[in-house]
Design a binder for this molecule. Structure first.
Ligand SMILES: [Zn+2]
Length: 347
């Protein structure tokens, strides 16, 4: 019997409770928005019980966007991607080209018992400065906020008020460990955010930083317990690298397409859903920032945690470059370059 699952009864009673609250009169708009978001989240989670739906949720189908139009796509790009972010993406892309980072996926199926996965994931969360009470909330068995299932191929984090729900891949291997750490990284970010702060659009590309960072820290925890060695770490890091960067070409395609005033190209553009392309950019960009924090952590964990908390609490649409500097992020990407040199096979 799996102790880590969402309880239908609990979800239904939560749903009822939120609905009742929403029915009260004279609620301020922000509360209404918050309650509606909760309803949508609960709907989403309740759907995950239907196998077909949740497989659909997790597979990226090549999406045909009937309403694709240049102006909207251009607007989205301008809204969600800052100039600085675009420069960093553009300037680092060549580092990846022509280099052999080919990963050996076998390492991801390396056996790790479920008990170990949970134990080491908890240790990872605490070692990045996660709050132990918050950890107990999400990882307490039968709290019904963490759902481990082998019926899915990836994980999901659903923010929910001050807590959150995690759906994570469940097989006794390193892949599941990385998946859980990834989602716990999202939860960590959710915990340190000032909840009253509305996310600014141009910080969207940072949304995977803490999850990717936490995946890397998890590997060091496994090494500390002699589960894997330095070589294994490099192999797994290559897998993480490719997972996060290999769809960035969609972003460049979209950039290229919206700049061309050509009907034929417009047809082609229809298969690139701009939302996905921007999401692809978020994995790529977040990877770069996460690697920075990872190396900071190797030198001085306390300072690294301080810096990443600073970044996530302070960054907004108007102060990006300043906050990146204050958090000691190398925007000239030398840190990334060094890391990639380590991961290259052909050196
Ligand atoms: Zn993620």
């Amino acid at each position: 019997m799996n102790d880590y699952c969402f309880s239908k009864e609990k979800l239904n009673s939560e749903y009822k409770y939120v609905k009742e609250k929403l029915d009260q009169e004279n609620l301020p708009n922000n509360i209404i928005a918050d309650l509606n978001l909760k309803i949508a989240t609960l709907d989403d989670i309740r759907n995950t019980f239907k196998l077909k739906t949740y497989i659909k949720n997790l597979i990226n189908l090549p999406t045909y966007d009937k309403n694709f139009n240049y102006k909207v796509a251009q607007e989205k790009l301008n809204k969600y991607v800052s100039k600085l972010q675009h420069e960093i993406i553009k300037n680092t892309y060549e580092y990846f080209l022509g280099n052999d980072f080919k990963s050996n996926d076998e390492i991801m199926s390396f056996y790790l018992s479920k008990k170990s996965i949970l134990t080491y994931a908890k240790e990872t969360f605490l070692s990045i400065g996660g709050n132990s009470k918050k950890l107990d909330i999400i990882m307490g068995p039968k709290n019904n906020l963490l759902f481990l299932s082998n019926r899915i191929i990836a994980g999901l984090f659903y923010p929910y008020g001050k807590k959150g729900y995690i759906l994570s891949y469940d097989t006794d291997n390193i892949n599941s460990f990385c998946c859980l750490n990834h989602e716990l990284g999202h939860y960590y970010e959710h915990c340190i955010h000032n909840l009253s702060k509305i996310n600014d659009e141009k910080t969207f590309l940072y949304s995977e930083v803490l999850s990717i960072f936490n995946e890397h820290i998890g590997l060091d925890i496994l090494k500390k317990h002699n589960v894997i060695n330095d070589n294994d770490i490099l192999e797994i890091q290559r897998c993480i690298l490719l997972n996060n960067i290999n769809t960035i070409s969609n972003y460049f395609d979209l950039r290229f397409l919206v700049n061309k005033d050509n009907k034929n190209i417009s047809e082609k553009a229809k298969i690139h859903m701009y939302k996905n392309a921007i999401e692809d950019a978020s994995y790529y960009y977040s990877y770069i920032i996460a690697i920075n924090f990872y190396y900071q952590y190797q030198c001085d964990p306390i300072l690294a945690i301080k810096n990443l908390n600073h970044l996530f609490r302070k960054i907004d649409n108007n102060n990006e470059e300043k906050v990146l500097k204050e958090s000691d992020i190398d925007i000239s990407s030398n840190v990334l370059k060094k890391h990639l040199n380590k991961l290259k096979r052909n050196n």
